[in-house]
Design a binder for this molecule. Structure first.
Ligand code: PEP
Ligand code: MG
Length: 755
């Protein structure tokens, strides 16, 4: 047999010529298989393409019966070809028929061929088809032949991905790449969005596949790897050597991968086989991904992401890709797909165009989700595989109510959702009709419904939703979207606009709550191992009194002649409130001294988010004008579950007995001292948990604006005293094993309360 080692380059060169010729797709495929067979001295070369119904169909062959083309087919996982596609792994067999998975397809006439080499046709780790060569003689294909065939498969992957094969797909059938997929995730923010996929980290599409000069490409790869290693070393050395923990671990893993000889060798081999440096990186990335995508061990899956990130960095180096080059042609109806995302990154998108957000990770109370909810965007989280399964521009429906993502939906589903959207609009209409109805319960209790906000664009919602005021204005959002620290004057102007737009409705400003997962790029803190428990919110403000005083001054001046309501985040000890009050006094004096007008009334409050305040309740209630419970953080700290970590954040029920008792103690302390208590965490935004809060004694809650309508519909039908009696029994009585959540659901149903 002829030495094949010089083959791959010649083959790829021929393929390049074939790709450039103006041929019909079937003709092109036929010539490609002929070329591969001849170059690899194989009697057979066949291409199977995966259809949307999970069947691999023979699309072209050299050597097998030509009448079998478009007829011979195998299911995913069936026969050798199906096994290769399902496992995304190659098979190299000297006696194919002896393999347990072998399945004889009589129409092909393949029984006379013994040796078999098959490779998956991969794109971003997904199998799109299978490429096979066969010989009569029993032989083992060499490692370099396998490599060559895998490299060739990339060209076919590109051909399938560009949609060229659609033309020769039988009517009524579709290829897998255009298959409709439904991804089951969790509902993070309600709403339905119809639109098109925008990948947050756009996949770098390598179009320049085949090289002219292997040595030059090896050199390019070497240089790119060199700068990649330097940048990682740089990141590592910028952090303290003693620093341990996740960041370091990730970076160490990056470094390990970047120096991994196996990785480098496989990329170099691909270049020797004719690929450009970037195509080689992509090939090895796709192979590795295909292998690792099937892992179930979360640690190893995480490492896969690390590896993927690293390969993407390398691709960016080689292609000179920058994020902004992906920003062109942003669709009018965009649904953003990301593995994870920061709140500020979401705010960078043109808000008017965003219809939804799909996250592979995240949790209901992570800040990006809160921001999305405030923007009224549907969010589905924990959507496994969403990024790999989608391409920029794919049609998609996001169902934030059910936590589902329908990629490339079929026409019927699309229609059904268009109906659902209309129905929702009608329901919104009904809620709007309640807008001016006074929020009084069936048994005559007046409830205060306020909304949460943080940006000027939120303000129109105040009138639209019928909220009585803004119960929580997250001032950090202005800081998070700015590229430099907003100056005092900018802050003042911003607060003034907020107050002006709010008109007669009161606004409760919360002082800066940065740190933790609320990252402000220009404000450099130290790396923290445990940022949620770290230097954040009021702690940071007290340590940087200049920052806090600037904000206090801006607030005082903006509210000149009016009422100023403000509160402090993450208070741990009552003494912190006193310390801020002192700074406030200084600002008041300063402002009066310079002849500025002061607010006519100042209401000074604190958020209750840290459990330690539970043992200072009486002192706290005396110290402040009002208290606002931040149930997101209070739940996180009481139950010791990271609010941003989906693996634990849903572990305990927010409507479980322990947390409800904590919430009850707070509202009762407020009543004892006649200090108003509000709750402004995400639990106020769900009609069921809002109902529970009223049952515990809360008379004021603040939520995202879209939740106001459902909350009002709920309370208008609610007999609070009756619910209170039931909740007291279930929280204090012994013997009942029914969950409070189940009790609440039953109560609502039996009493005709819409949820
Ligand atoms: C909370 O913790 O419940 C809260 C309202 O504050 P944030 O979500 O901004 O931390
Ligand atoms: Mg909080």
């Amino acid at each position: 047999m002829r030495d094949l080692s010089a083959g791959p380059r010649v083959l790829l060169k021929r393929l390049r010529e074939l790709m450039a010729e103006p041929l019909e797709p079937q003709e092109r495929l036929d010539r490609i298989v002929r070329q591969i067979a001849s170059n690899m001295v194989a009697e057979v070369c066949s291409v199977y393409v995966l259809r949307s119904d999970g069947v691999l169909e023979l699309y072209a062959t050299e050597g097998l019966n030509p009448d079998a083309v478009h007829l011979a087919q195998l299911k995913m996982g069936q026969g050798l070809v199906g096994t290769i596609a399902a496992s995304a792994q190659s098979l190299n067999l000297s006696d194919a028929q002896a393999h347990p998975a072998f399945r004889y397809l009589p129409e092909t006439g393949e029984e006379i061929y013994h040796s078999f080499l098959g490779v998956p046709i991969l794109r971003a780790g997904r199998s799109l088809g299978v490429l096979v060569v066969q010989n009569k003689a029993q032989r083992n294909y060499r490692e370099d032949e396998l490599e060559a065939l895998e490299t060739t498969a990339m060209v076919l992957a590109e051909m399938i991905a560009t949609g060229e094969l659609k033309k020769i797909t039988r009517p009524g059938l579709e290829l897998d790449l255009t298959r409709a997929v439904t991804i089951d995730g969790d509902s993070y923010s309600e709403g339905i969005g119809l639109g098109y996929v925008v990948l947050h980290e756009p996949r770098i599409v390598v179009t320049n596949l085949l090289n002219e000069d292997a040595d030059a490409e090896i050199k390019r790869l070497g240089e790119a790897l060199g700068s990649l290693r330097i940048s990682i070393d740089d990141m590592l050395s910028r952090r303290e050597i003693s620093m341990e923990g996740e960041h370091r671990e990730v970076l160490e893993t990056y470094r390990m991968f970047a120096h991994d000889q196996g990785w480098v060798r496989r990329m170099e081999e691909a270049i020797h086989n004719g690929l450009t440096a970037e195509a080689a990186v992509e090939k090895v990335q796709s192979d590795t991904k295909a292998r690792m995508i099937r892992l179930t061990d979360p640690y190893l899956r995480e490492r896969m992401h690390d590896f993927d990130d690293l390969a993407n960095r390398l691709l960016r180096q080689l292609t000179g890709f920058s994020a902004s080059s992906g920003a062109d042609g942003f669709p009018a109806d965009a649904i953003i797909f990301a593995r994870a995302m920061g709140a500020a990154e979401l705010l960078d998108y043109p808000r008017a165009n965003i219809r939804g957000l799909v996250l592979e990770e995240g949790a209901v109370t992570s800040h990006v989700v809160i921001v999305a909810r405030a923007m009224g965007i549907a969010v589905v989280g924990q959507a496994a595989g969403a990024v790999a399964l989608s391409e920029n521009g794919d049609a998609v429906i996001i169902d934030g109510d059910d936590g589902k993502v329908h990629l490339r939906p079929v026409a019927d589903l699309q229609k059904a959702y268009e109906e659902k959207v209309k129905l929702r609009a009608k329901r919104q209409e009904q809620f709007r009709a309640l807008r001016d109805v006074e929020p009084v319960t069936k048994d005559g209790k007046r409830i205060k419904l306020q909304m949460n906000a943080g940006l000027l664009v939120d303000l129109p919602q105040l009138a639209e939703s019928g909220a009585e005021g803004i119960g929580l204005f997250r001032t950090e959002l202005q800081f998070m979207i700015a590229s430099t620290m907003p100056k005092g004057e900018e802050q003042e102007n911003f607060y003034r606009s907020v107050l002006k737009q709010a008109g007669t409705r009161p606004v409760t400003f919360r002082t800066l709550d940065i740190g933790g997962d609320k990252v402000v790029s220009y404000f450099r803190g130290h790396e923290e191992e445990n940022p949620a428990l770290g230097w954040r919110a009021i702690r940071l403000s007290l340590d940087r009194p200049g920052l806090l005083r600037t904000q206090l001054r801006a607030l005082l001046k903006a509210a000149a002649g009016a009422e100023l309501k403000m509160m402090l985040p993450m208070v741990t000890e009552v003494s912190e409130i006193r310390a801020v009050r002192e700074l406030m006094q200084k600002e008041v004096q300063h402002i009066s001294k310079f002849g500025h007008q002061l607010p006519k009334k100042l209401q000074f409050g604190a958020m209750l988010e840290v459990p330690a305040l539970m043992w200072q309740l009486d002192e706290l209630m005396e110290e402040v004008d009002f208290v606002s419970v931040g149930s997101n953080d209070l739940f996180q700290f009481s139950m010791a579950v990271d609010r941003g970590n989906a693996r634990v954040s849903d572990r305990f029920d927010i409507l479980g007995r322990p947390f409800l008792k904590i919430l009850r103690d707070i509202v009762q302390a407020g009543d004892r001292h006649q200090t108003p208590v509000t709750l402004c965490g995400e639990m106020a935004g769900k009609a069921l948990s809002a109902m529970a809060l009223l049952g515990l004694g809360y008379r004021s809650i603040s939520m995202s604006p879209t939740a106001i309508g459902p909350a009002k519909a709920m309370l208008l039908a609610l007999d609070v005293d009756k619910l209170n009696a039931g909740m007291t029994a279930i929280l204090d009585g012994s013997g009942s094993t029914e969950s409070v959540r189940a009790f609440l659901g039953r109560f609502a149903e039996e009493n005709g309360i819409p949820l």
